[in-house]
Write a protein that binds this ligand. Structure first.
Ligand SMILES: [Zn+2]
Length: 288
């Protein structure tokens, strides 16, 4: 495989020995299907210093390809991988905040990733699966890594090719004209407050299916609702947003309804879905 050569080069140069060797070794063998055991220096995670150095280059996601594909992208991470990726998101968010990660220049020719935007007829509900008070910069960093770096690595994505190894461009900007990488349009806090993340004319990269993303708006409940339900305040605020901003015929689905291989937004979704639909379409919703 092509990636083996690159892996050996980068591995010899920069990967250091550490803990978590067994897990990473097993996962690495599974993912890239190598026939021989990996050399010792490639069995552990890259150091913070190494990651920081790579993140300062425009093609950081190509340089970190193995780390991303083995430790960051897989759907069901081990506890150890989860810990490593959370630290990585934190590092990326700090560097994003300080403008240390080179992004595409506005003045150059960049792809319009929203040209496939269609009329919005669906709302997809998610949970962030992060702490409820997760910062917006961390959410943007997660999007940059999980959606955009992944797409750019894939090279031919969202109707575009020759993305790799260009610096990343999202086509999405916040009110301060800062490039953002959010997957969702709205974020709903447990206290019942909400935040607009993406304008509706932007396609959010939230469901993993381009045709669904093209015609939907994503509302994310801030927090991890794998084994619990959102608060009533969250449900009421979500219903208020739906009634205020969207057509009353809009269809409300959960991420797991369009992607049965995902558990988002948690195992009790079938129960609180009915509550949310009732509140959104028929309920009287106050603003408190
Ligand atoms: Zn989701």
């Amino acid at each position: 495989m092509k990636s083996d050569t690159r892996r050996t080069k980068s591995g010899n140069r920069a990967w250091t020995c550490g803990y978590s060797t067994v897990v990473v070794h097993l996962v690495a063998n599974q993912v890239i299907g190598v026939r021989f055991p990996l050399p010792a220096q490639m069995k552990s995670q890259p150091t913070d210093e190494y990651l920081r150095k790579q993140l300062k280059t425009p093609d950081w996601y190509v340089r970190l390809k193995d780390f991303l594909e083995i430790t960051v992208f897989p759907l069901n991470p081990t506890k150890e991988e989860l810990k490593i990726r959370k630290e990585f998101y934190k590092l990326v968010s700090e560097m994003l905040e300080n403008n240390e990660i080179p992004l595409a220049d506005k003045s150059s020719e960049n792809p319009d990733f929203d040209q496939e935007r269609e009329k919005i007829d669906t709302i997809v509900i998610h949970h962030t699966k992060e702490k409820p008070d997760v910062s917006l910069t961390v959410l943007s960093a997660i999007g940059l890594v999980r959606q955009y770096a992944n797409a750019y690595l894939g090279d031919n994505t969202w109707g575009r090719d020759k993305l790799r190894p260009q610096p990343i461009w999202s086509s999405h900007f916040d009110d301060n004209n800062k490039m953002v990488f959010y997957a969702y349009h709205w974020l709903i806090m447990p206290s019942g407050t909400s935040q607009r993340l993406l304008k509706d004319r932007y396609i959010g990269r939230h469901s993993g299916i381009q045709s669904v993303n093209a015609r939907s708006v994503a509302i994310a409940f801030s927090g991890d609702y794998t084994d619990s339900s959102p608060t009533d305040k969250q449900l009421k605020e979500t219903a208020r947003i739906i009634r205020t901003h969207y057509d009353e015929a809009i269809t409300i689905v959960g991420h797991q309804d369009v992607r049965p291989d995902r558990d988002c937004p948690g195992k009790f979704w079938p129960e609180w879905k009915l509550k949310l639909i009732n509140l959104s379409h028929f309920g009287s919703v106050d603003k408190n």
